[in-house]
Design a protein around this ligand. Sequence first.
Ligand SMILES: [Zn+2]
Ligand SMILES: [Zn+2]
Length: 252
Amino acid sequence: MRFAVLGSGSRGNATLVASNDTYVLVDCGFSLRETERRLDRLGVSGKQLSAILVTHEHADHVHGVGLLSRRYDVPVYLSDGTLRGMRKPVEAGFRLVGGQGLRIGGLGIDVVSVAHDALEPTQFVFNDGRRRFGLLTDLGSYCPMVLDSYRGLDALMVESNHCRDLLARGQYPYFLKQRVGGDHGHLNNHQAASLVNELGWQDLQHLVLAHLSSKNNLPHLARQCFVDTLGCDEDWLQLADQDSGLDWREIA
Ligand SMILES: [Zn+2]
Ligand SMILES: [Zn+2]
């Protein structure tokens, strides 16, 4: 199994997960043209996609979903709530439900419900029968059920959205600070590092920090928080960037 990131952050998210010739795209927050450009950078064509999985209806995750799915005739998997929340039309190929397990080609997928200010947000844990890769962004808090779903992974990409202090001191209006920092907002650096610490990280081949806010976070602050909390080597941590994403990572 392997994964790559087209881009991550409030200006667009999309992640590729692949096993042999099965390619699944999680979210598509970029225009069709930009998505094609970024797929091309990773050596993938839209024609190779088996499915587009949608985590929730926020624009940074769905902007290009409808166009991409129609252009390449790729089925869209999403929850009923996410479908209801979509502002642009999309044809639902498969309805996701939290707690469900499904299979797309060579990939098994566990659907996990999370706390976020969307109608029915989900996140995913992938497996190829041998290794497990967890994708966990856009959540303001986590319960034991989420922890259980993400234990024993071989690779994890986790949101480290904001620095608590930068958010508090920053330009956002009060209501937005409350929203971002609230239980249904986004994980801050400390929450994300504590989550990974609780899950255990020693067996992870890859730990990728994602969905960093460009206004309320800085890569070195996020990294330092993980180094302080986990005691890991700073160079071992990886970061999915808004513009350059992250090149293919193999989970051996
Ligand atoms: Zn988002
Ligand atoms: Zn969101």
